[in-house]
Design a protein around this ligand. Structure first.
Ligand SMILES: Nc1ncnc2c1ncn2[C@@H]1O[C@H](COP(=O)(O)OP(=O)(O)OP(=O)(O)O)[C@@H](O)[C@H]1O
Length: 330
């Protein structure tokens, strides 16, 4: 059976503000070795959840258990945090005057100097920062600092790594590499990782399980493919796949038999092809996206979006046959 490493139980943390803020009644378990991605729009409570798990915030209700033991809050111990967890926050908390190598090595004990050196070098290689080893933190870009902070957290052989927006400072190319590195390192070391990100693509790519947050509440948890294909809220479908949302009267104008309040589908569920069930649409616009293109299609005054691999087949004012192959109702 899978071993549960972290249990979050009815966790509530409200800030003293006029509007509702923070997180409310969050409950879930994390399996050892899993990568969990906490996804949600800005202000949905992701960072509050992460900090609460680490013991940085005094929560109002509920608890976090690590290996069955309650994680203490900042009011219960001198130094907030937990020795079996490492957190990389958005400020990185690096010693900016020290060199990259020393920032990483300094968290290891001096009892085994050779082992310390080897481990530090290996971790720098893992995160592609070995060429920066003698540079000071002040001489690095934001993305480079981010990788040093992750290396410093991972070199400790921590059981749990918490990452708050770990890709916020890196460009698209580096981001792909860093995501793949984290996935590989997690698989190699068995570390449990919780990543907070506002970019759903991070979670879809990296996570064994996604946690969707909205207005301080957990609204869905599950494997990325499952959550993507079976969203329980319109918000989830919009966040993960920029879904098209139609009122039932508009859906009917497209020939869909809608019974509920809203009809929802991802643009890639629209099939651009002829056939007995396809309908004629006018192409209102074509957005070039590189390897694919997004088409704005109109029928009976209703606009939908469709995407397809970029073959340059369609242009504005063309007519196409399209079929909404699958849709969800909410
Ligand atoms: N120290 C604080 N005092 C008062 N309100 C706070 C504090 N920290 C967060 N909040 C509020 O709590 C809510 C959740 O904030 P949180 O930072 O957890 O969200 P988030 O999903 O991480 O957002 P982002 O993606 O923008 O970082 C927001 O409404 C925020 O304004």
């Amino acid at each position: 059976m899978d071993e549960i490493i972290i249990s979050v139980r009815q966790l509530t943390k409200q800030y003293q503000t006029e509007q509702a803020s923070g997180i409310r009644n969050i409950t879930f378990d994390i399996k050892r070795g899993d990568i969990i991605a906490v996804i949600g729009e800005s202000g949905s409570g992701k960072s509050t959840l992460l900090k609460s798990i680490f013991g940085l915030l005094k929560v109002d209700e509920g608890e976090v258990l690590l290996n069955g033991k309650r994680v203490l809050g900042p009011h219960e111990q001198l130094i907030p945090g937990h020795k079996e967890m490492e957190i990389v926050t958005q400020d990185f908390s690096l010693n900016i005057y020290a060199k990259v190598y020393d920032n990483i090595a300094s968290v290891l004990s001096n009892t085994d100097v050779k082992g310390k050196q080897e481990k530090t070098v290996r971790m720098m290689e893992h995160l592609h920062i070995d060429h920066l080893r003698n540079k000071k933190i002040t001489e690095l870009s934001g993305g480079e600092q981010q990788r040093v902070a992750i290396a410093r957290a991972l070199v400790t052989d921590t059981s749990v790594l918490l990452l708050d927006e770990p890709f916020s400072q890196v460009d698209a190319l580096l981001k792909n590499q860093l995501r793949a590195d984290i996935k590989r390192i997690a698989a190699e070391t068995g570390v449990t990782v919780i990543i907070v990100s506002h970019d759903p693509a991070d979670g879809l790519f990296l996570a064994d399980e996604l946690i969707l947050m909205k207005d301080g509440m957990l609204i869905q948890k599950g494997r990325p493919e499952h959550v993507y294909n079976h969203p329980e809220h319109i918000y989830t479908a919009q966040l993960l796949g920029n879904a098209v949302v139609l009122k039932p009267e508009d859906a009917i104008k497209l020939g869909l038999q809608a019974k509920q309040q809203s009809v929802v589908f991802y643009p890639e569920w629209v099939e651009l092809k002829g056939g007995w069930n396809s309908k004629r649409y006018e192409v209102k616009d074509v957005y070039y996206k590189g390897f694919y293109e997004e088409l704005l299609l109109e029928r009976n005054g209703v606009i939908i979006r469709a995407i397809q691999l970029n073959r340059g087949e369609h242009k504005k004012n063309d007519h196409v046959q399209a079929n909404i192959g699958r849709f969800l109702e909410f």
